[in-house]
Design a protein around this ligand. Structure first.
Ligand code: AMP
Length: 400
């Protein structure tokens, strides 16, 4: 588990001071957290106060517990109904499962039942579980709408609505779904909106959902945790896979995440790595939900060493203790870079990331550097690695 820097120094606020009940504090203990992250420090008291919240918090900041702890502390125990009183909407299945896992731990202390409603798995069992009743639903928009259309889920008792990774949901075209869902939720409710950025343009279509919110902005957009060292290595495109193999041999292949552009490339790479003798799993859009969950679980449990993924995984998925991240390709979207490398060095751990960059990708690398306000240093241990003799396109002023 993670121990934040402040906790080690014995500084900072304690969970106890945030106003959580003894049951919720017991949940904190079960989760193994020593002291609240900055997002938790700001969000938990506001939610307990019944305020609406808009928080700029990306994955890795502890945002999940920031909303689940107070929400699952505050639903109250009176008049338990079968219909859910808390609703969390999140863009991807992985995120939904991850949130539901934390909700289960918290709920086991505070006495609330949670349920994940996601696509890619049978609808019938979800319908039956909804019939049996639950207190909080964690859903992806598509499946929730399917169940709403069939009259299988009732949202009129919802007291708290959480829109998680709201910018991402809009990016993925979920605005109409979110609007349909919100229409079914009572007007009088508490709304918590989490997004990587609170940029007005980005959130414009939904910003009015959280009236008079407490605004929380802990990490500026595009910020990379200081605990992550970032490196770049210039390579020709054809050399990338063999460079990766060499890096894995030199740096060790335990708990390594490799991000790749495109599902076919991800599949191909994972086959090559397996052939080379690495224990390797893959997570990308061409895999079924079951395969994705299995690959993640095996990586999580340390049964596979290397996990190859497309950006499906970059946001949100909670894989801890990642030794380092390799970007086989530079992502087009600079924000994706921040999310990708955010998988290492989480919540105070140290980590590092290496990006393999071809000449064609240099413009994308520069956009990342502008967003993050950093100049990525050349990989210092490249001696003897055959990168295919790329032209010297990396800025010569870069210093290791
Ligand atoms: P999240 O941003 O919610 O995805 O959380 C990122 C990671 O930080 C997860 O692995 C959490 O288990 C962990 N985490 C969340 N809150 C704390 C905390 N207060 N102390 C230590 N680790 C935490």
């Amino acid at each position: 588990m993670y121990v934040r820097e402040e906790a080690r120094k014995g500084e900072g606020t304690s969970f106890r001071e945030l106003g959580l009940s003894p049951e919720a504090l017991e949940a904190v203990e079960k989760l193994g957290y020593n002291s609240p992250t900055p997002v938790q420090e700001a969000v938990i008291p506001a939610v307990l106060d019944g305020r609406n919240v808009m928080a700029a918090a990306q994955t890795g900041t502890g945002k999940t517990a920031a909303f689940l702890l107070p929400v699952l502390d505050r639903l109250g125990s009176e008049g338990r109904k079968r219909a859910p009183r808390g609703l969390v909407v999140t863009p991807t299945r992985e995120l939904a499962f991850q949130i539901a896992r934390v909700a289960e731990v918290v709920g086991s202390s505070t006495g609330y039942r949670s349920l994940a409603i996601v696509g890619g798995v049978g609808m019938e069992s979800q319908r039956k579980q909804l019939e049996r009743g639950c207190d909080i639903v964690v859903a992806t928009p598509g499946r929730l709408i399917d169940l709403l259309d069939r009259g299988c889920v009732e949202l009129s008792a919802v007291e708290v609505l959480v829109l998680d990774e709201a910018d991402r949901m809009l990016d993925m075209g979920f605005l109409p779904s979110v609007q349909t869902i919100v229409k079914q939720v009572p007007h009088r409710r508490q709304t918590l909106l989490f997004s990587a950025t609170l940029g007005d343009e980005v959130l414009k279509p939904i910003v009015s959902l959280a009236k008079d919110p407490v605004r929380v902005e802990v990490s500026p957009q595009g910020s990379v945790a200081e605990s992550i060292e970032q490196y770049v290595l210039a390579v020709v495109p054809e050399a990338k896979k063999r460079v990766l193999v060499e890096v894995l041999r030199r740096e060790g292949s335990r708990r390594v995440l490799v991000f790749v552009r495109g599902k076919h490339r991800a599949e191909h790479l994972s086959r090559i790595l397996c052939k080379k003798g690495f224990s390797c799993g893959a997570v990308h859009g061409n895999r079924t939900q079951g395969q994705r969950s299995r690959a993640l679980a095996q990586f999580g449990a340390g049964k596979t060493d290397v996990l190859v993924a497309t950006d499906v995984l970059a946001r949100g998925v909670d894989v801890s203790e990642v030794a380092y991240v390799v970007n086989l390709d530079v992502p087009h979207e600079p924000e994706a870079y921040v999310h990708r490398i955010g998988r290492t060095g989480r919540a105070g751990e140290r980590g590092w990331a290496l990006t393999l960059c071809s000449k064609e990708e240099y413009a994308d690398l520069r956009r990342i550097e502008r967003l993050t306000g950093t100049t990525i240093a050349p990989y210092p241990r490249a001696d003897g690695i055959d990168c295919g003799e790329p032209e010297p396109f990396l800025d010569s002023k870069r210093r290791p």
